[in-house]
Write a protein that binds this ligand. Structure first.
Ligand code: FAD
Length: 353
């Protein structure tokens, strides 16, 4: 693969993954055009809890990527001062055996110091002091602004509807407003990636996996870091609101986002001091791009030249590290060993063209 420095790269999708790719590609000299069907971070990035945690089980083939995530975000913060991250740590307790995240075991006394508003601090919890959370919408804007500072162009409300092909080589994309030629097209369209890949005869098994996102108006500074327990997963948003993430259960009236938000609000009132009033500002289902085996899909599509895929969950955690590694291999032509478990061809039969 020839070097892509100075080459034209179209990135499809302006969620946090596409934005990170755009930033890393542009800062290494590629001429980047980002095409977004709607607005910036209008996909699932806009409703992400955005906890930067490194939890993984021993058998996870991308444990090394998750472990690198925090250092990669610290690197990005030195490069992009506008990127704000609350490095306030995370306290977890009550998870089922075997799924506890990494951290230091802390006592009830220590928990009281870490989260003084907890009404019923457990005997023990795990405290991951290095972890944090970001505003995924603001982070996406910061990454795209960084890309634009390196010459990238960003077009919103510009859906990609087809690809421009010469035989088995992708030569560009077709949008509602015309054709854009490119040396490389990167599919970073979240749950829209499977549809785009299918247009290139690459059926990738990426499902839309639901989760509930809730934003509450309540007292400021109820929790200092991230709190994860069987009763609730909450953190303070940058604007003082309280954010929560909940499992999606089903589509029945009792389990609509507004109903889950009410139940979660009750749990928050039961668990935290200082919640004199709590009002749901927003509750919705967010659709996460979930590869069938849970492992990110990152790399060139087989059987076709010029198309690179980047679809993953958890995309916020992995955006910084994968953005760097994927862009480096596109720019240098040298495959990244770290990305080896993520290749799309594990799902696709390769044919010699
Ligand atoms: C409740 C909840 C909590 C979560 N918590 C966490 C967490 O704590 N940590 C974490 O890492 N992750 C978390 N996630 C998941 C995380 O939000 C996603 O993995 C991540 O945002 C995916 O980013 P993305 O850029 O791949 O996708 P998206 O944000 O969906 O971006 C894809 C973009 O592509 C655009 N697009 C699609 N098709 C086209 C097309 N044809 N042409 C042009 N543009 C197109 C879309 O409009 C969209 O803007 C959570 C998700 C939810 C719902």
């Amino acid at each position: 693969m020839a070097s892509f420095s100075n080459k034209r790269v179209v990135v499809i999708g302006a969620g946090i993954v596409g934005a990170s790719l755009a930033y890393h590609l542009a800062s290494q000299g590629a001429q980047v055009i980002v095409l977004e069907a709607e607005g910036i971070a209008s996909g699932v990035t806009g409703t992400s809890f955005a906890w930067l945690n490194t939890a993984h089980d021993a058998a996870d083939p991308v444990a090394h990527l998750r472990s690198a995530a925090i250092a990669e975000y610290h690197r990005l913060q030195t490069e992009l001062p506008a990127l704000q991250i609350r490095w306030n740590g995370a306290l977890s307790y009550g998870a089922e055996a075997g799924s506890m995240p990494p951290g230091t075991l802390v006592s009830r006394e220590q928990i009281r110091t870490l989260e003084p508003n907890l009404k019923h601090p457990p005997e023990q919890a795990l405290h991951a002091a290095a972890e944090g959370a970001l505003d995924a919408v603001a982070a996406t804007h910061a990454l795209l602004a960084g890309a634009q500072a390196h010459g990238a162009q960003v077009f919103t409300h510009t859906p990609v509807v087809d690809f421009l092909l010469a035989g088995t080589t992708v030569m560009g994309v077709e949008t509602a407003t015309g054709i854009i030629e490119a040396d490389m097209v990167v599919l970073a369209a979240g749950t829209g990636t499977a549809r785009l890949a299918a247009m290139l005869n690459a059926p990738l098994p990426i499902t839309a996996s639901p989760a509930i996102f809730i934003r509450y108006k309540t007292a400021n500074d109820l929790v200092k870091g991230i709190l994860s327990s069987p009763q609730m997963e909450v953190r303070q948003g940058a604007d003082g609101c309280l954010l929560a993430a909940e499992d999606y259960l089903d589509d029945t009236p009792d389990n609509q986002p507004a109903a889950i938000a009410l139940r979660t609000a009750e749990a928050i009132q039961d668990e935290l001091h200082g919640v004199t009033s709590i009002v749901t500002e927003f509750a919705c289902v967010g659709w996460r791009p979930m590869p069938a085996d849970g492992v990110p899909i990152v790399g060139y599509l087989p059987n076709i030249s010029g198309a690179y895929v980047c679809a993953m969950h958890p995309g916020v955690i992995l955006a910084a590290v994968v953005g760097r590694l994927a862009s480096e291999e596109m720019i240098t032509g040298k495959p990244s060993l770290e990305l080896a478990p993520c290749r799309p061809d594990r799902f696709l039969s390769t044919t010699s063209a």
